[in-house]
Design a protein around this ligand. Structure first.
Ligand SMILES: Nc1ncnc2c1ncn2[C@@H]1O[C@H](COP(=O)(O)OP(=O)(O)OP(=O)(O)O)[C@@H](O)[C@H]1O
Length: 580
C-alpha cells in the first residue's frame, strides 16, 4: 500500500505540492475534529467532579465552535487541493502523452492498438482522476488520525492503547489480503475495459463494411463478449472484496467494543478514574471512524496502482531523439546507403542504395507491396532503418532533431487524414501562422477553392473525423493545399493524385509542377504521365531496386518498367476506344 502512495506522488509530477497540502489539511481537519473530544472532556470532568458551572459550559461551547469552524475551513482547503491537484495532474499527463506520441516510432502504433491507447487516456485516466483523490486522501488521513489517537491513548493508558494498536495491525493485515486479491483482479478488469473500447472503436470504424455485407447480426458479437468480460470482472471484484471489507469493519468495531469494556473493567477494578473511563469510552467510538471509511475505499488502491502503470507505460515509451540537434541541412540531397528495414521480423527493404540530388524529381514505381511507401517513410523517420543510413544533406536523419527534420519535408499521403475541424484549420496545419490570403492562394493552386466556397460555411465548414463528410478526391486536394502552404524544400507525394478526377488531375499536375519547381521531389506513382518527366525512376520490387534510370532509358529495356508502360498505354488505349 505504501508503495502505491509513493507511486502516486511520483505520478502527480508538478501537482505533488497540491496533494501534500491536501493531505496536510486533512490531518489538520482531524485535529480540529479532535477538539470535540476536548469539549466533551471539559464537560465530563465538570460533571464527574461536581465543578460544572456556566463558565465550564461556555468553555466547552467555545471549543466546539472553534472545532466546527476549523473542520469547515480545513476540509474546504483539503478538498480544493485534492480536486484541482487531481484534474491538473491528469490534464498534464494527457497532454504529455499527446506530445510524446508525435515522437514515438510508428512501430509503437502497430503493437499498441488504437483501442488500447484510447482506453488509457480516457477510461483509465478517468479512474485515476475520480478515484485517486478520495482513496489517497481518505486512506492516508485515516492512518495518520488513527496513529495520533493511538499515541494519545498509549500516553494515558498504555494497556488500552495496546488494544487500539492490535486492532489497527489486524486491520492492516486484512487490508493486505484484500490487496493481494485486488492485484490479481484489477489488471484483468482493466484489460477487459480496454478491450471494450477497442471493440467499440473497431465496430464504428467498420460500420460501412458491416452495412455493405449485411453483417449487422454478427458484427457486434465481439462487443457483446467484451461487455460480458467487463461485467464479469467488475462483479468478481465487488463480490470478492466483500468478505475482506466486512472483516475489516468487524475488527475495528470489536476493537472499539474492547476499548469500552476494558475501560469499564479498569474502572471497576479501581485502575481508572471515572472521568478517564468515560473519556476512553467516548474515544472508543471516535477512534476508528476515519479508518473505517478508508477501509471501504482501499480496494481501489490496487486499481489506481494498475491504472498508473498503464498510463506510465505509454508515457515512458522511448521516443525518437527529441533532444537531437536542431540543425538545418547544408543541402537537400537525400541518400540511402545499404539500407535494410523490417516490420517486426519481416524484411521489407533489402540492402538498398540510391541518391536523390537536390532539386530533382525521383519517381518510385513498382508492384503493390514492393516497399515504395516504406522507403518514403524512412526519409521522414516515421521508422528508423535497421541497417545502413539515410542521409539528408550528408547527415544521418537520426542526427536531426525530429522537428527540424520534418520542417524540411511536405508529405501528401495516399490515405489522407483530415482532422475534425474546419477546412481552414486543416489547410493551416501546414503553416499555422498563414494569412487567409495565403490559404486561399494555396487552395486555388490545389484546385479546391471552388468546391470549398460552394459549401454553405465555406472555409469554416467543419469536416467530420478523418474528413468523413467530404469525398476522397476533395480530401486529397485539401491535403495538397496543406502541403503547398507548408512550402517545404522536399516534397514527398505518395499517390498524390490517385483520387482526383481527370479534369482536376491536369490542373493539379500543373499546380504541383509549379509548386515543386526547384524542390527535391520524391513521388510514388502508378500513372504514366506523372512518371514520364522524372529525372530518375526507381523501380522497386520485393524491397530491392531492380531498375533505375530515366523514362527513355528504362522504356527501351525489357523488365518491370517496360511492362508497366505497356499496361498503362494499353489502358489509355482502352479509354480512347471507349470514348469514340
Ligand atoms: N505498418 C506496417 N506494419 C507491418 N507491415 C507493413 C506496414 N506497412 C506496410 N507493411 C508491409 O510492408 C510491405 C510494403 O508495404 P509498402 O506500403 O511500403 O508497399 P508499397 O509498394 O507502397 O505498396 P502499394 O503500392 O500497394 O501502396 C507490404 O507487404 C505491407 O504489407
Amino acid at each position: 500500500m505504501f508503495g502505491v502512495f509513493r507511486k502516486f506522488f511520483a505520478f502527480a509530477g508538478d501537482q505533488k505540492g497540491k496533494w501534500q497540502k491536501g493531505i496536510l489539511f486533512a490531518v489538520l481537519h482531524s485535529i480540529c475534529e479532535a477538539f470535540q473530544l476536548l469539549a466533551i472532556a471539559v464537560v465530563l470532568r465538570g460533571m464527574v467532579e461536581g465543578s460544572m458551572t456556566a463558565g465550564t459550559a461556555w468553555t466547552a461551547l467555545g471549543i466546539l465552535v472553534f472545532s466546527l469552524l476549523g473542520t469547515i475551513v480545513t476540509r474546504h482547503i483539503s478538498h480544493r487541493n485534492e480536486i484541482s491537484g487531481s484534474y491538473r495532474m491528469c490534464e498534464e499527463k494527457r497532454i504529455g502523452i499527446g506530445d510524446r506520441m508525435k515522437y514515438m516510432p510508428m512501430g509503437y502504433f502497430n503493437s499498441h492498438s488504437l483501442g488500447n491507447i484510447t482506453a488509457a487516456v480516457t477510461t483509465t485516466m478517468e479512474e485515476i482522476e475520480k478515484l485517486g483523490p478520495p482513496t489517497m486522501v481518505r486512506t492516508i488521513h485515516g492512518l495518520i488520525r488513527t496513529a495520533i489517537m493511538a499515541v494519545f491513548l498509549l500516553f494515558f493508558n498504555w494497556r488500552i492503547g495496546l488494544i487500539v494498536v492490535t486492532g489497527t495491525l489486524l486491520f492492516l493485515g486484512t487490508n493486505s489480503l484484500l490487496h493481494r486479491k485486488s492485484r490479481v483482479l484489477s489488471p484483468k478488469r482493466q484489460a477487459a475495459q480496454a478491450g471494450l473500447v477497442e471493440a467499440v472503436l473497431e465496430y464504428i470504424q467498420g460500420m460501412s463494411v458491416v452495412k455493405a455485407f449485411h453483417l449487422d447480426k454478427n458484427a457486434n458479437k465481439t462487443i457483446d463478449k467484451t461487455i460480458a468480460e467487463v461485467e464479469k470482472y467488475n462483479y468478481s471484484m465487488e463480490i470478492g472484496f466483500i468478505p475482506y471489507v466486512a472483516l475489516q469493519q468487524i475488527i475495528l468495531r470489536l476493537t472499539s467494543v474492547a476499548v469500552v469494556i476494558v475501560s469499564i473493567l479498569f474502572y471497576l477494578n479501581g485502575q481508572l478514574e471515572l472521568f478517564m473511563c468515560l473519556l476512553m469510552i467516548v474515544c472508543g467510538f471516535f477512534i476508528f471512524t476515519e479508518l473505517e471509511a478508508a477501509g471501504l475505499m482501499s480496494s481501489f488502491i490496487r486499481l489506481i496502482d494498475v491504472s498508473i502503470d498503464r498510463v506510465e507505460n505509454i508515457h515512458k515509451t522511448p521516443v525518437m531523439d527529441i533532444d537531437g540537434n536542431a540543425q538545418q541541412p547544408g543541402s537537400y540531397d537525400i541518400a540511402f546507403q545499404n539500407v535494410s528495414f523490417s516490420y517486426g521480423d519481416r524484411r521489407i527493404i533489402d540492402n538498398v542504395s540510391f541518391t536523390i540530388p537536390q532539386g530533382t524529381t525521383t519517381a518510385i514505381v513498382g508492384p503493390s507491396g514492393g516497399g515504395k511507401t516504406t522507403l518514403c517513410n524512412l526519409i521522414a523517420r516515421f521508422w528508423d532503418v535497421n541497417e545502413g543510413t539515410v542521409t539528408l544533406g550528408g547527415k544521418d536523419v537520426r542526427a536531426y532533431k525530429l522537428d527540424s527534420l520534418l520542417q524540411n519535408i511536405s508529405m501528401v499521403f495516399q490515405n489522407v487524414y483530415l482532422f475534425n475541424d474546419t477546412i481552414l484549420s486543416n489547410i493551416k496545419f501546414g503553416k499555422p501562422d498563414a494569412t487567409m490570403d495565403e490559404v486561399v492562394a494555396a487552395a486555388r493552386k490545389a484546385c479546391c477553392h471552388d468546391f470549398i466556397t460552394a459549401l454553405p460555411q465555406g472555409y469554416d465548414t467543419v469536416i467530420g473525423e478523418g474528413g468523413a463528410t467530404i469525398s476522397g478526391g476533395e480530401k486529397q486536394r485539401i491535403s495538397i493545399a496543406r502541403a503547398m502552404l507548408k512550402d517545404a524544400p522536399i516534397v514527398i507525394l505518395d499517390e498524390a493524385t490517385a483520387n482526383v478526377d481527370p479534369e482536376n488531375e491536369n490542373k493539379l499536375q500543373e499546380a504541383i509542377a509549379a509548386l515543386t519547381k526547384n524542390k527535391t521531389i520524391v513521388m510514388i506513382a502508378h500513372r504514366l504521365k506523372t512518371v514520364r518527366n522524372a529525372d530518375q525512376i526507381l523501380v522497386v520490387d520485393a524491397g530491392r531496386i531492380v531498375q533505375r534510370g530515366t523514362h527513355d532509358e528504362l522504356s527501351r529495356k525489357p523488365g518491370i518498367y517496360a511492362d508497366f508502360i505497356g499496361v498503362r498505354e494499353k489502358a489509355i488505349g482502352w479509354k480512347l476506344e471507349a470514348a469514340r
